[in-house]
Design a binder for this molecule. Structure first.
Ligand SMILES: [Fe+2]
Ligand SMILES: [Fe+2]
Length: 270
């Protein structure tokens, strides 16, 4: 996944960070130092440590149980996959709207294409699940997704968090820095979520996989790591901005899953 960056209000909703979400959320327990002294300039290694720290968060077990429960019901699953497709689509839209031509290279163009392919693959999977369960996933509306608006709001809110963390930078540097920080945070989440989701798909015998998406997201995360080094210097200075954003991301993602849980309950009570 990848999502941008300092222009969220043009795209739609902001996330709702309600008190209940905060109460159930915990800061990601990063145990390594945020100091920038004598660090090796290997941001990709640090990214893998962030992925490991995120994967070790205790909330992940709750997420796994929720997603497994959804997968067991093809109609709910169709709408959930459609939510994931919507989130990938929002990433594409933000990339297209925010990346400046004078900073866009081959990897940047490929990134846009990859995220579009992710949206398409997930949309096709959602459509197949919907056909087998009599559900509708034609659009990305709330009726066709499972907390789709909350998924989009999570991305917008993360964008705004990064925006607020970059106010000390010159205006002309903020957009690219926001792109790198926000995308890296989302790619860390993707590296935790998609492998767990793929294992659940396999265990339930669902006829599709997200392994190819995971491989793309891993490549994107590596690109963001090197981009952060180029932008903030190769001594790890980007980490002082990135680690608080990751903690915010955990809270926002928990809030999104809370809305998914609420949507499941509403469907089942109807
Ligand atoms: Fe990505
Ligand atoms: Fe993606």
């Amino acid at each position: 996944m990848s999502f941008l960056f300092g222009q969220g209000s043009a795209d739609g909703d902001r996330a709702t960070e309600d008190g209940g979400c905060r109460e159930q959320s915990r800061r990601v327990p990063f145990t390594f130092s945020t100091t920038t002294h004598s660090l090796p300039a290997k941001s990709d290694k640090f990214m893998q440590r962030y992925v490991q720290a995120c994967a070790a968060h205790p909330n992940n077990r709750r997420i796994e149980l929720l997603v497994d429960d959804i997968i067991a019901d093809a109609a709910l699953h169709a709408r959930f996959v459609n939510t994931l497709a919507r989130m990938e689509y929002v990433g594409v839209r933000k990339l297209l709207k925010s990346r400046r031509s004078d900073r866009l290279d081959l990897d940047g163009l490929q990134h846009m294409l990859d995220e579009n392919v992710h949206a398409l693959r997930l949309k096709k999977a959602a459509t197949a699940l919907a056909a087998s369960s009599g559900t509708r996933v034609a659009t990305f509306s709330d009726d066709d997704t499972l907390a789709g608006a909350a998924g989009e709001a999570y991305l917008q809110a993360l964008d705004h968090k990064a925006e607020a963390a970059l106010l000390d930078l010159p205006m002309e540097k903020r957009s690219e820095a926001n792109y790198l920080l926000t995308t890296a945070a989302i790619e860390v989440r993707a590296q935790v979520f998609y492998p767990v989701y793929d294992a659940l798909l396999s265990a339930r015998g669902v006829g599709f996989s997200v392994a190819a998406i995971t491989r793309d997201e891993d490549r994107h995360l590596d690109q963001m790591a090197h981009g952060l080094e180029r932008t903030f210097g190769d001594r790890g200075g980007w980490r002082a901005r990135f680690e608080p954003l990751l903690a915010d991301e955990q809270i926002l993602f928990d809030g999104f899953l809370r809305e998914v849980h609420r949507a499941v309950a509403i469907v089942r009570s109807a």
